[in-house]
Design a protein around this ligand. Structure first.
Ligand code: ZN
Length: 461
């Protein structure tokens, strides 16, 4: 085994690895608090060729490896397990090229999402993927988890924002699928083996991403509504009135809105009395016309009795403040204490029922439980944070059972945008058939026969 460590160190050179105390805790602590196992070595390759050589040696030795991005994932996937070595992309963080003619940007896997957004903006483009962890998360992590976030309703998930991917297989083979072609029906679209598969079928090293044009207007309204029926109708109303300009439709249930009192950065623009709160965002290419369209859409929503109250942004500072309301919700757990967070998908028509029913089932078991429901309702994606008291594994499993059972009853998905990792693996069959899971295992066994790439994540072989 010592031979392997020497081989790996020789591949990356003296700056390309860390050992023992030299490994920062952020490279092995699970964000969800599941584990904290310091790996024997943290490798920091500088190029795809180095990643390929690392995998060749690991494959020969049967050494398991845990690739990592910004370590902000929410399903306990990236932190190494016992005996695994960690592979960081912090030295592969370059933006290689922005091509204005094809509106693409080519980047290395370790490039932080925010750096890509800023580089695109500086050149008059928009890279539309956006999520709270933008400053720390990386494009490689976004791709391997098929990240979603706040603007999926208009621009899609990470899978929709990529043209070509370069990846390294378990045995070190480099699959170079980097291209800028929108249309490319030449057989299997192999990039999807690596997107959303959480590092289990290959390690993404570089990617060509799609850019959109920079919008010239950004308009936001924060609305108070009576019930979920009105929320669902407002979504239909906004889709039809704003068309392609609708780029966020975020909903906050009343109890979650009340919990925002705990977050200092949040300035609440409406009182707590409404049943639901909706953040509607429009972005378009004509500042004047977009404003008229947005005002008309709100006016007609009032006229149709969909809204009880609304405030509208008048400046970029107000836009920022309104977004801080939504962005404050993931901070609630740090104020309340141990909370379990969930990320599910449902048909929009089922969401009102789901909210009432999940609250009733949880309160039946824990009458004082704290519950915050919110989400990207325009995409059918609901987040729930739940606090029932001091945390234990048994308690966690009991809450999982209640939330996922109800999700299954409604034919929803137990993971909308966070992935499966280790945390949701035992519930995968709630949302996928046994035939689908068997095919996933067949792919895993074929592409990674020794089971060295992120073993135990998504499916257990
Ligand atoms: Zn989300």
């Amino acid at each position: 085994m010592n031979e392997l460590w020497d081989q790996l160190k020789a591949v990356v050179g003296s700056r390309g690895y860390r050992e023992e105390d030299g490994i920062d805790i952020k490279n092995y602590r699970d964000y969800q608090g599941d584990r904290q196992i310091r790996p024997r070595i943290l490798l920091r390759p500088e190029s795809t060729e180095e990643v390929s050589k690392i995998m060749k040696f690991c494959h020969q030795a049967g050494q398991a490896i845990a690739p990592q991005g910004g370590m902000t994932g929410l399903v306990s996937a990236a932190a190494p397990m016992e005996g695994e070595i960690a592979l960081s992309f912090d030295r592969m963080n370059q933006i290689i090229e922005l091509d204005p003619l094809t509106a693409t940007i080519t980047v290395e896997a370790g490039a932080p999402l925010q750096a890509v957004q800023e580089h695109a903006a500086k050149n008059g483009f928009l890279f539309p993927l956006d999520l709270g962890a933008r400053g720390s998360c990386t494009i490689g992590g976004n791709l391997s988890t098929n990240a979603g976030g706040n603007r999926v309703i208009r621009y899609g998930m990470m899978r929709d924002l990529v043209l070509g991917v370069e990846a390294v297989l378990a045995d070190g083979t480099i699959i170079n699928g980097l291209h800028k072609l929108t249309k490319n029906n030449t057989g299997y679209d192999l990039k999807h083996l690596f997107i959303g598969t959480e590092g289990t079928l290959g390690i993404i090293t570089r990617a060509v991403l799609k850019l959109s044009s920079q919008p010239r207007s950004q308009l936001l309204a924060f609305c108070g509504l009576k019930n979920f029926d009105a929320v669902a109708q407002l979504l239909v109303h906004m889709k039809s009135n704003l068309g392609g300009n609708l780029c966020a439709f975020e909903v906050i249930w009343q109890e979650a809105y009340q919990l925002l009192d705990l977050i200092e950065s949040v300035k609440k623009p409406l009182p707590d009395e409404h049943g639901f709160y909706v953040l509607v965002e429009s972005m378009g290419s004509s500042a004047k016309e977009d404003k008229t369209q947005f005002d008309n859409a709100l006016e007609s929503a009032f006229a149709a009795n969909l809204l009880e109250d609304a405030v509208v942004s008048h400046s970029s500072a107000e836009v920022k403040d309104l977004w801080l309301i939504r962005d404050g919700l993931p901070e609630v757990p740090s104020k309340v204490g141990a909370m379990h967070s969930y990320d599910i998908s449902l048909a929009v028509g089922d969401m009102g029922y789901f909210g009432n029913e999940v609250t009733a089932r949880l309160r039946k078991r824990w009458s004082n439980c704290i519950l915050a429901l919110f989400g990207h309702i325009g995409d059918g994606n609901l987040h729930i944070i739940i606090h029932v008291g001091p945390d234990t594994v048994a308690l966690h499993q009991e809450i999982d059972q209640i939330v996922y059972e109800l999700t299954r009853e409604l034919h929803g998905s137990i993971s909308a945008e966070h992935g499966i990792g280790i945390m949701k693996r035992d519930f995968l069959h709630y949302s996928r058939s046994s035939e689908e899971i068997a095919l996933m295992k067949m792919l895993k066994q074929t592409i990674d026969p020794k089971g060295i790439l992120s073993p135990g994540r998504v499916v257990e072989i």
